[in-house]
Every structure is written in C-alpha cells, then in structure tokens.
Design a protein around this ligand. Structure first.
Ligand SMILES: Cc1cc2nc3c(=O)[nH]c(=O)nc-3n(C[C@H](O)[C@H](O)[C@H](O)COP(=O)(O)OP(=O)(O)OC[C@H]3O[C@@H](n4cnc5c(N)ncnc54)[C@H](O)[C@@H]3O)c2cc1C
Length: 367
C-alpha cells in the first residue's frame, strides 16, 4: 500500500490506533497532539479524558444483550488478554491489569433480568454469577449490605491503568516506527493535508481521535461533529491494609471502588452534565453523593487517607450513541474514531481494529 496515515490525538484511542497500524509494515504513521507530552497522571485537572479514567472494563457485566456495541466491548476484552502481555514484553513496562473481575452490588429485588443475562452470556462463552448475600458477606466481610439484594460477579471483566497503558502503547508504536509530534495542534484539514501552526502535512489518511477536540476540528472542515463534555470527579484513597483478600472492582449504584494494590483504592466517578452551556466545573454536592454511596457500602472508607482528587471530561456524542467510528461525511479518507464517552478505555482496542480494517480494505481495493 505504501500509504501515510496521520492520527490526531494521542489519548488511549489515538495511541491504540497508532500501535495497531504500526504492525502494518507499509504504512507510515504520524500522531499529532496539541499537548506537550503524553497523557499525565497525578494532575488534579486532567486535560485529557484518558488521564482521568478509572480503567474499568465492563464487558460481560454490561446489560447489553446483543448488537454492535456489545460486540465492540467483547472484542476489546478479548484483545486485552493478549495486548497487555504483548506490550509488557515489547516495552519492559509493568501495566497494572486487574484480572479479578467486577462485582456489582444489586439493590433490586427482581433478578429476572440478570438470570436471563447469565444464560445469554453462557451462550456467548462468558461467565456471570449471581451471588446471594451469604456468599457476599463471607467473601467481602467489610461490605455493608444494607439494601443489597444480591451481587453479580463477572470474572471475565477487567480493570487497567489507563495512563500506564497509553504510555506503553505509545512506546511500542514508536519502537515500530510511528512518529509522535507533541505540541502540535491540528487546526484544520482537507482530505490529504493537515494544517498545524507549524505548517502543512501531506497524508493519505487522517484519523480524528481528538475526543472533545474533534468538534472544533470537524467544524473547521465544514462537517461539524458535536461532542459534548460530561465531567467526572474521582479520588485516590489509602487504607492501612487491603479490604479483602479477593480484590475485584466493586461497583454499586454506578459508584466504582477500584483496588490498586495494598490498601490503595480509586473511588469514582461523578457524571455531571452541562447546563445551559455554562462551562463545566466540578460540583461538590455531586462528589459528596458519590463518596457517601461508597462509604455506605464500604464504611472503612470513611477513615481512609485522601491521596489525590481529580476531574476530567468525557467526550459524549450529541444525539447519537457512543462511540463514532466511521468516515467523516463528505471525505473519502478521513476517519472519525471519537466520542467514546464513558467507555473509551474499554473500547479502544476494538476501535483500533475497525480503523485498521477500513484502511487495509480500502488499500486492497486500489491498484
Ligand atoms: C472520571 C472518568 C472516569 C472514567 N472511567 C472510565 C472507565 O472506567 N472505563 C472506560 O473505559 N472509560 C472511562 N472513562 C472514559 C474514558 O476516559 C474516555 O472515553 C477515553 O479516555 C477517551 O479517549 P480519547 O483518546 O478519545 O480522548 P482523550 O484522552 O481526551 O485524548 C484526546 C487527545 O486529543 C488531543 N487533541 C484534541 N484536539 C486536538 C487537536 N486539534 N490537535 C491535536 N491534538 C488534539 C488531546 O490533547 C488529547 O491528548 C472515564 C472518564 C472520566 C472523565
């Protein structure tokens, strides 16, 4: 093929695409990001969505029974099983990847829907278990089960550190010949040319994986794709010792408790929408509601030491489902890989494969 691909954005989505494309020897791949360096951890205001993410990978435990969205989730989950060890070998990094599953506390009496999902997942080759309260308290003695009717345990689901993973993807892509140009904002583009303040860049394909930055960029290209921010706050807490021997992600009423090893946990996240186009700022009351929920099912957290709190913005497509992985209307070789909203870490490998397939199939059709 011998084609050039320019990727805009080096968050988890752009980095995953870069690594996937780096395995195709006759593609020349360049990634542009307006930030001066790869995504950072340890900030209180995260300039990228990836830097704020908890990395919870909800595949089997998603309530979706079938369809493209579920297929993307399951493709990604399967991909992660080999991707993580592959990246660790290639880069020498250790990528925190929790293989102990996800435990979801259920507050509804009626479990019919879950019983049905257990059967569906079995037919899809996946395990979901419904745990009674007795089993729950025997395995998780620190949980307070007020109002909890049962729990759903999903041993196939995972959690990964999004920042460490993104760094490993970037490093592996660089080792395979991908060029990363940081501090380079893309201000506009036509089919075969990117515009940056440093000059123009000729390319065959453009992949827009710029999350919230996709809206101004596609507007400059006269095909606006509206992606709006949904703010999420989270916190890193430290206890003297781990809560339980088994350390899955525990989730209840949409609040996640993510074990990091030892007595360290992430708690999050709020889901805060824009009101009347007022610039989003973290809402203390919404954070308190998340923390109170976490303490309600895990009282020991009330005594935990706060290590860091942060917030970031999730990229949510306006008026259509997440994510958007398709050609930009009116352009032959501009691909959108954006708007992953609450599941960009989960969906990144499947997104990367879709982008690869589109580029490879188009190349095999040409002379
Ligand atoms: C609090 C919180 C918790 C979350 N938890 C989870 C979770 O548990 N599991 C999960 O799967 N997802 C989670 N998410 C969602 C997930 O973080 C996002 O879906 C994902 O990070 C999106 O990745 P991205 O690469 O598209 O975006 P980003 O990480 O935002 O990356 C976009 C990149 O594009 C660059 N860019 C933008 N415009 C331009 C331009 N014009 N030129 C050059 N570069 C540009 C930016 O600098 C940035 O580096 C969470 C999000 C938040 C906020």
């Amino acid at each position: 093929m011998g084609q050039k691909v320019a990727i805009v954005g080096s968050g988890i989505v752009g980095a995953s695409i870069a690594y996937e494309l780096s395995k195709i020897s006759d593609l020349t791949v360049t990634v542009f990001d307006r930030l001066p360096a790869p995504v950072e951890a340890d900030l209180s205001v995260c300039p990228t969505s990836t830097g704020a993410a908890l990395g919870v990978l909800m595949g089997a435990i998603s309530k979706k029974e079938k369809g493209h969205g579920l297929q993307m989730r399951l493709t990604s989950l399967e991909a992660y099983e080999t991707l993580i060890p592959e990246l660790e070998i290639l880069t020498g990094s250790v990528i925190p990847f929790n293989r102990q599953g996800i435990l979801m506390l259920e507050f509804e009496e009626d479990l019919t829907r879950w019983q049905r999902l257990v059967e569906i997942r079995r037919s899809q080759g996946l395990t979901l278990e419904i745990w009674e309260r007795d089993r729950l308290s025997a395995n998780f003695p620190h949980l307070r089960l007020d109002g909890v009717k049962a729990a759903i345990y999903s041993p196939c689901d995972r959690q990964v550190n999004p920042v460490v993973l993104t760094h490993a993807l970037i490093k592996a892509a660089q080792q395979n010949g991908v060029t990363f140009r940081f501090d380079t904002a893309v201000t506009g583009a036509i089919d075969h040319e990117l515009h940056t303040p440093q000059g123009k860049f000729a390319t065959d394909w453009i992949v827009i994986s710029a999350a919230l930055g996709s809206t101004p960029l596609t507007t400059a290209m006269n095909q606006p794709v509206e992606i709006r921010p949904v703010l999420g706050q989270a916190m890193h807490l430290r206890l003297d010792k781990p809560l339980h021997t088994l350390q899955p992600v525990i989730t209840g009423n949409d609040v996640h408790l993510v074990p990091l090893g030892g007595g360290d946990y992430w708690v999050g996240a709020t889901v805060e929408f824009e009101e009347n186009a007022v610039t989003l700022q973290p809402d203390r009351a919404q954070w308190n509601a998340v923390m109170n929920q976490a303490i309600a099912f895990c009282p020991s957290l009330a005594d935990a030491k706060p290590i860091r709190s942060w917030y970031g913005l999730r990229p949510r497509p306006q008026g259509r489902p997440a994510p958007i992985v398709e050609l930009l209307p009116g352009y032959d070789q501009v691909l959108l890989a954006t708007g992953h909203y609450r599941n960009g870490v989960l969906l990144a490998p499947a997104t990367a494969k879709m982008v690869r397939d589109t580029i490879v199939e188009a190349g095999s059709g040409s002379c």
